[in-house]
Write a protein that binds this ligand. Structure first.
Ligand SMILES: Nc1ncnc2c1ncn2[C@@H]1O[C@H](COP(=O)(O)OP(=O)(O)OP(=O)(O)O)[C@@H](O)[C@H]1O
Ligand SMILES: [Mg+2]
Length: 363
């Protein structure tokens, strides 16, 4: 954004000059703090330096002054008339000059100067507010990024712990119970032990599922493509939905952790939404790289929904789509969701890749 803080708005100044010049039928000029004419009764003068005005401004003259008829003759470039400084925050930012006698030109020049000052003041205030808003928006985005990163780290930690500690312990219990079952003679006791072992097996599966949902080890170890493929494979096993997958132009490429986690989380949310809301029988997922962009498309043939309605009515309770948008914005990408009632929903994400992200893993 151009910083115009404390500068006169040339269009506003020109409108004012036109009004005053028409009203008084006099010459009117507004100079900036260097003496350059920014608005004038005569358009050709705009942009020219008003030599005597510039001299006065250069000499630090910031008071009203009247140029008399005699001075007009003696001072080159000066016209008989009234000049009023335009002030902003105790500094002179320009001068308005109106030709004519002091009695007529004076009050008009003063009034016009106050108008310009009010305009500069209000523009500066607006700019300050916009600046503060931008700063707040930037802070919000930094904060959000931090929250997402901390949340991901925490998920990673819990997931690893579940994987490495809890799963290992459960596996030892399962093995121990099986050995114990082999040692006992009584078939009833054996059955009881095997039942407990089965329960431990189910618990181990549940723990594994939670660990993967939290943060698949594959994502960090082998990357987005491997983790997404695995996620889709499990999803297809779990739900009765026919899945078409196209990851054809990607193999073992790795992208930056932010890009990988963003796309993985979006895929997760999109596929969860399909199960929760779409009643779809077919789903297509494609992940492709084209030039310097990574693109994810998830499409279903379900019931569809009114995206505008969802945006306005669910915004506080349904955070899935909102969260996808926020995540994509943090990596400077684009998210588009189109949906037709009765026909299905298509989600499209596009994320720009930086050079450094396209690291091909060499075998
Ligand atoms: N694939 C889809 N098919 C049909 N409707 C959908 C689909 N995806 C989202 N919706 C609709 O959009 C709404 C908003 O989705 P969003 O993911 O933001 O929230 P949610 O899934 O309801 O809750 P959350 O994700 O916060 O647990 C859903 O409630 C649903 O009505
Ligand atoms: Mg959702």
């Amino acid at each position: 954004m151009n910083n115009t803080y404390g500068r006169m708005d040339a269009a506003f100044a020109q409108s004012l000059v036109d009004i005053v010049a028409a009203e008084l039928n006099k010459n009117v000029n507004i100079l900036d703090d260097k003496g350059v004419i920014i608005a004038s009764f005569s358009r050709e003068r705009i942009g020219q330096v008003h030599e005597s005005g510039a001299k006065m401004l250069g000499a630090g003259v910031v008071k009203e002054f009247y140029v008399t008829k005699e001075e007009e003759c003696s001072l080159k470039g000066m016209r008989q008339g009234y000049n009023v400084p335009i002030m902003f925050e105790n500094r002179c930012i320009g001068v308005i000059g109106i030709t004519g006698d002091q009695k007529t030109a004076g009050p008009y020049a003063r009034l016009a100067a106050r108008f310009v000052e009010a305009n500069v003041q209000s523009n500066a205030q607006q700019e300050k507010l916009v600046g503060a808003l931008h700063e707040k928006e930037e802070l919000r985005s930094v904060f959000l990024n931090k929250i997402i990163m901390v949340q991901e780290e925490e998920r990673k930690r819990i997931s690893r712990e579940l994987h490495d500690e809890t799963s290992q312990s459960l596996t030892s219990i399962i093995v121990g119970l099986r050995m114990l079952a082999e040692q006992v003679e009584d078939s009833k006791d054996k059955e009881k032990i095997l039942k407990i072992r089965d329960l431990a097996v189910t618990t181990l599966e549940a723990v594994h599922h939670i660990a993967v949902e939290l943060r698949p080890v594959l994502l960090d170890d082998l990357g987005l493509v491997a983790a997404a493929k695995k996620y889709i494979e499990n999803y297809a096993k779990q739900y009765e939905i026919s899945l078409h997958v196209d990851f054809s132009n990607l193999s073992r490429e790795r992208f930056s952790p932010e890009v990988e986690i963003t796309l993985y989380r979006i895929l997760q949310e999109a596929l969860t939404n399909i199960v929760k809301h779409a009643q779809a029988t077919e789903v297509s997922v494609s992940l492709n790289k084209r030039q310097d962009k990574l693109m994810l498309m998830v499409q279903d043939n379900g019931v569809g929904f009114d995206t505008k309605m969802a945006e306005s009515t669910h915004s506080r309770t349904c955070l899935g789509i909102y969260g996808m948008g926020e995540r994509v914005a943090l990596v400077e990408g684009n998210l588009t969701i189109t949906s037709v009632i009765g026909q299905g929903t298509k989600l499209f994400v596009e994320i720009p890749l930086e050079e450094i992200n396209n690291l091909d893993i060499v075998d």
